[in-house]
Design a protein around this ligand. Structure first.
Ligand code: ADP
Ligand code: ZN
Length: 520
């Protein structure tokens, strides 16, 4: 009998397993049940295909993706794997042929549509064969509250009763803990080992940089690190997509826009060009990317903050599918926090809570002084990783500093405006007051007579913006209204009273390039 590694080399022609695959395969080959959480493209198929080939008997794969079965089976046959499928698209003769192959022990893998299991004849057929493993693909379809629920999947609980000795492996890319728990209980997999794997994309270099002049920063990034490369630039709004695409073209970089406001033909055309051409950049909203499988996307750039870590991971994950070095670059600044905090205030209570949780996780990733990859993997439940050495914080560890006093200065300015003047202002005015700037707006409101006027000359304008951004990110300050007026939060008081220390990250700006050298 071949070992899993031999099958990997001989049948599939791959050199080595990807993260997590070997452990999962060994466990199933030994007869254990498994629940596997792996992102799309992570390599789930091998996790059941190899056990099916190594163990005696046929691997039975339950999959709802009927349209893909023919392709999957053809691809396996091309590798010399004896595969077949049974679903409603087949005629009687075709089905008969597959059934007789199954009974004769001439199949390694049998793909089955879930509705087949409602038919007694199918269960009788399976009962007459020798089954190596049951694989339940897209296992989240069993979750009633999920968006992909398929009633036929509930039938799969039968498998354990009918074939208690056959190992079962359920696989999904859907990460929420609630779905995970529901799969486990509905499929009777509480005894199964749970694997979370494949979230690491070691060839992607992660970098999140403070945003000052986003266009110029993007241009610098493209020119110095990715000249002539294909990539995606994500923006939040349609209008910024248009503007950035124009800006790049003006500067001699091949770029096209993509967003839901463009007509279908233009979108299809831009997408096709991106897939076909070398070195084209798509500037897009998140409408772009679903199902795009271009292996040589060398970078994904974010000019606006994604709404969640899931979104960030999915979008950045489009880079470097070919395994070669790729960059996930993001410029992130105070306005992102203000805008997202404001958007997170919309909707009903439950919706707001979810939004705030998502945003907090995203902001924590932006502001971390630790390894970004470790934080990402940890977020997806893949524990125990080490600092990666291939992210900005690993390569240039940011200093953290005691920002308690500057934090108190900001918070007390906000407090005084409210208490003494019954006023709320945005970050610009608050920083001008701290810096003691006698602007027209400061004089008009008499803010030069506040006791905090000019108490912050020890820091510069950019540094104060960094402090305010981090206070917002940490929930020590909040924004209200469309104008981004700053207000205190429940946690502000402890800082003002000196009962809580505030750790801040010192922003590491890359050395700015001389304006004349970029030729613009
Ligand atoms: P998923 O089902 O998790 O979305 P697939 O099983 O379709 O992912 O695998 C995604 C791609 O990665 C496929 O092209 C597959 O052949 C490839 N792949 C999987 N495992 C390996 C490996 N160990 N080495 C190289 N390529 C692999
Ligand atoms: Zn790292």
């Amino acid at each position: 009998m071949d070992t899993p590694t031999e099958v990997l080399h001989r049948v599939f022609g791959y050199d080595s397993f990807r993260s997590g695959q070997q452990e999962i395969i060994d466990h199933v080959v030994a007869g254990g049940d498994a629940l596997v959480l792996m992102p799309t493209g992570g390599g789930k198929s091998l996790c059941y295909q190899i056990p099916a080939l190594v163990r005696k008997g046929v691997g039975v794969v339950i999959s709802p993706l009927i349209a893909l079965m023919q392709d999957q089976v053809d691809a396996l046959r091309a590798l010399g794997v004896r595969a077949g499928f049974l679903n409603s698209t087949q005629g009687f003769d075709e089905r008969q042929l597959v059934e007789s192959e199954f009974l004769a022990g001439e199949l390694d893998l049998l793909y089955l549509a879930p509705e087949r299991l409602r038919v007694d004849a199918t269960l009788r057929l399976l009962g007459k064969g020798d089954i190596a493993v049951f694989a339940i693909d897209e296992a989240h379809c069993v979750a009633q509250w999920g968006h992909d629920f398929r009633p036929d999947y509930l039938e799969l609980s039968k498998l354990r009763e009918l074939w208690p000795e056959v190992p079962r492996i359920a696989l999904t890319a859907t990460a929420t803990p609630a779905t995970h728990a529901e799969i486990s209980s509905r499929l009777g997999l509480d005894q199964a080992r749970h694997f979370v794997a494949g979230f690491d994309r070691p060839n992607i270099h992660y970098r999140i940089t403070p945003k000052s002049e986003p266009k110029r920063q993007l241009l610098d990034f493209l020119r110095t690190e990715h000249p002539g490369d294909s990539g995606i630039v994500y923006c939040l709004s349609r209008s910024s997509v248009e503007k950035i695409a124009e800006f790049l073209v003006e500067h001699g970089i091949a770029a096209v826009p993509y967003h839901a406001g463009l007509d279908a033909r233009t979108r299809a055309h831009h997408q096709a060009r991106f897939l076909r051409e070398d070195g084209l950049i798509v500037v897009a909203t998140i409408a772009f990317g679903m199902g795009i499988d271009k292996p040589d996307v060398r970078f994904v750039a974010h000019l606006d903050l994604p709404k969640s870590v899931e979104g960030y991971y999915q979008e950045t994950g489009r880079a470097g599918r070919d395994g070669l070095p790729a960059t996930a670059w993001m410029a992130y600044g105070l306005q992102d926090v203000v805008q997202h905090r404001r958007m997170a205030m919309e909707g009903d209570d439950a919706h707001r809570r979810r939004q705030v949780q998502h945003l907090d996780a995203m902001l924590a990733l932006c502001e971390t002084v630790g390894c970004r990859r470790m934080m990402l993997l940890d977020y997806f439940g893949q524990k125990g990783s080490q600092p990666c050495g291939n992210c900005d914080t690993c390569q240039t560890p940011p200093e953290s500093w005691d920002g308690t006093i500057p934090a108190q200065k900001v918070l007390s300015t906000v407090l005084r405006l409210l208490r003494e003047r019954r006023q709320k202002f945005g970050v610009g005015q608050v920083v001008d007051i701290l810096l003691g700037k006698k602007t027209a707006k400061v004089l008009q409101h008499g803010h030069d007579t506040l006791s905090v006027f000019g108490v912050g000359t020890d820091l510069g304008n950019a540094e104060w913006h960094g402090v305010v951004r981090q206070l917002l990110a940490q929930g020590l300050l909040a924004v209200e209204s469309d104008y981004g007026a700053l207000v205190l939060t429940d946690d502000s008081a402890a800082v003002l009273r000196g009962q809580r220390e505030v750790r801040l990250r010192r922003d590491t700006h890359r050395p700015a390039r001389a304006k004349t050298s970029s030729g613009t």
